[in-house]
Design a protein around this ligand. Structure first.
Ligand SMILES: [Mn+2]
Length: 389
């Protein structure tokens, strides 16, 4: 970087020399630094220095770009119960790689919700649960396997076991969840990025690919960022998120149409179910400023809920002024899945990590238990008492 400064930062804008942990480079940057990194746009950005600079991890990216200078067969893998950011980031990167002469396929461990069906290419995503042999063949036949929107092989369960069996592939991680495992040859990670879609956008730009982003790709990237930021309202909604959204809008996307495709897709059963949850199921623990709800398998069956129908329910209690933590317990065949949401500085990543075998982000995380719904609720009480003391 030749001691160059961006010319806009009054101080401290030079990237610190990367200090080296075992094979990993951590590079600290002020978020608005205009040095030519993935984090800078050719836009004039109002100047502001974060007290705690965002952390990025860029491992072997020049080697990745070199690797991609010849046509490759690439498999892009999303996490279990894939959301819009996971599927969206895989699809956007797939289309970009195809434009660069590679072949690329998207694989997910299990199915994604119906409200992602509008995304171009979603009908060509391979689901391991439905099609294990084809998925294995694609992985075994690829030169590069990309892991998007997750950062540990265990997050994709049996698909991860498949992949661990296949030797001799290059691995790439693109992710924004906390506490990444160091298991890939190439890594592009930042827990300050709103979404993996934002990181895919950065990665494409690092490969001079802005002109390759067409309106279909722009709509997918925009939707992934919108979904992971609660439509641009959570604390991960940075100025840069809006700048990227603006750039994507210049590509000719239709924001209202995307919003209708993603959010205004409820069946009557889902809205009635939300009414039932709020009226009969929501419990408030005022001493912990916490509200929680439980969904049993019986209730999910009664209301004919698909996996996507439960999406977003966890957020609802946060609309109350006296509630800072919202928790949703969902009963599954062999476990209880738990989602956490919080306001402000309350770190539910830590809560999920310490008590519920999970993790995620500061204000949005998940975990699971192998005990009953009632026992899991009991653990919540104990955990909150310890966590908030
Ligand atoms: Mn994400």
């Amino acid at each position: 970087m030749n001691n160059e400064t961006c010319g806009k930062c009054p101080a401290n804008c030079q990237p610190l020399p990367p200090f080296v942990l075992p094979s990993v480079f951590f590079i600290f940057h002020p978020a608005n630094c205009q040095l030519p990194t993935a984090n800078s746009l050719p836009l004039r950005i109002p100047h502001f220095h974060y007290l705690y600079p965002p952390m990025r991890l860029e491992k072997n990216l020049p080697e990745l770009f070199e690797f991609l200078s010849t046509p490759r067969k690439i498999a892009l893998v999303a996490h279990t119960r894939p959301d819009g950011d996971a599927i969206g980031s895989c699809l956007a990167l797939k289309f970009f790689l195809e434009k660069r002469g590679h072949t690329a396929e998207v694989i997910a461990p299990d199915d994604f919700p119906d409200f992602l069906n509008w995304m171009k290419g979603s009908d060509k995503v391979f689901i391991r649960q439905k099609n294990p042999k084809t998925c294995f063949a694609i992985l075994a036949n690829s030169d590069l396997i990309g892991f998007l929107d997750f950062n540990a092989l265990k997050r994709i369960e049996s698909l991860g076991e498949d992949i661990a069996k296949i030797r001799g592939k290059k691995w790439l991680m693109v992710d924004h969840h906390r506490d990444p495992d160091d298991f890939t040859d190439f890594t592009f990670w930042s827990d300050e990025a709103s979404s993996t879609c934002e990181l895919v956008y950065d990665l494409i730009r690092m490969m001079d690919g802005d002109a390759d982003i067409d309106s279909d790709m722009a709509a997918i990237i925009y939707a992934g960022m919108a979904m992971d930021t609660g439509v641009f309202q959570y604390s991960n909604t940075t100025a840069r998120v809006h700048e990227i959204a603006a750039n994507l809008m210049h590509k000719g996307i239709h924001v209202e149409e995307i919003h209708n495709n993603v959010y205004n897709q409820y069946g009557e059963n889902r809205l009635r179910f939300i009414g039932y949850m709020l009226k009969d199921k929501m419990q408030i623990l005022p001493e912990y400023r916490t509200a929680f709800m439980t969904i049993s398998m019986k209730e999910a069956e009664e209301y004919k809920l698909s996996s996507g129908d439960k999406e977003g329910i966890v957020n609802l209690p946060l609309a109350m002024k006296d509630v800072d933590i919202a928790v949703l317990f969902t009963e599954d065949k062999d476990r209880i899945k738990i989602s956490f949401r919080s306001k402000g500085d309350i770190n539910v990543d830590r809560l999920a990590r310490e008590y519920f075998n999970g993790g995620g982000h500061k204000n949005a995380s998940g975990g699971s238990t192998r005990v009953s719904l009632e026992e899991t609720v009991q653990i919540l009480h104990t955990a909150l008492a310890a966590f908030l003391s």
